[in-house]
Design a protein around this ligand. Structure first.
Ligand code: 5GP
Length: 185
């Protein structure tokens, strides 16, 4: 399963909730060139690599997808662990950006693509600007990005509204167990 959605919608929070409450779900650990934030553990939250190492992984075909996110750091999904988790029959979750989701659709069209949506545009604006740490210009850039990202919802198999993290997580995990609930009834 691939989970994507606009900036600030709370994908990371939902993924963290899955990690905490659903140990049966295998979560992909991405490689990134961004530095770790306080509390982030190498090999657990991300594989923190430098530009040269990232380029090597890419050249060797070890990444299922990769993208520059927010015009800053590079992020990519190591292919081997995904293939192994699927071979073991484990429910596997990739929390990645929109560009990455499109690449996975090319490589693994059989995956289930889930779009995490905000309850409303106003709420997304609130979450984006709420911290008050960005400049007016930076906020404008983020809002523009969010608007184009929201327009991509149609490309996805399922849309989950992140009105409540625990509820959205349960909906997500139930789809991994039974991706076609309607067909059973
Ligand atoms: P953060 O740096 O805040 O952890 O993540 C920033 C963004 O990078 C998020 O939108 C997240 O979904 C995205 N991201 C994390 N890992 C990957 C990855 O492996 N591939 C891609 N394409 N995006 C990723």
């Amino acid at each position: 399963m691939v989970l994507a959605g606009p900036t600030a919608v709370g994908k990371g929070t939902v993924a963290a909730h899955v990690r905490q409450h659903h140990p049966e779900v295998w979560l992909s650990v991405s490689a990134t060139t961004r530095p770790p934030r306080p509390g982030e553990v190498d090999g657990h939250h991300y594989f923190f690599v430098d530009d040269a190492e990232f380029a090597r992984l890419e050249e060797e075909g070890q990444l299922l997808e990769s993208a520059v996110v927010h015009g800053r750091a590079r992020y990519g999904t190591p292919r081997g662990p995904v293939v192994q988790a699927l071979a073991e029959g484990r429910p596997a979750l990739l929390e990645i950006d929109l560009q990455g989701a499109r690449q996975v659709r090319e490589a693994m069209p059989e995956a289930l693509f889930v779009f995490l949506a905000p309850p409303s545009w106003d709420e997304l604006v609130h979450r984006l600007v709420g911290r008050g740490t960005e400049s007016e210009e930076e906020r404008e850039v983020r809002l523009r990005t969010a608007r184009t990202e929201l327009a991509a919802a149609d490309e996805f198999d399922v849309i989950i509204v992140n009105d409540d993290v625990a509820r959205a997580t349960e909906q997500l995990v139930s789809l991994m167990v039974d991706p076609n609930p309607d067909k059973d009834s």
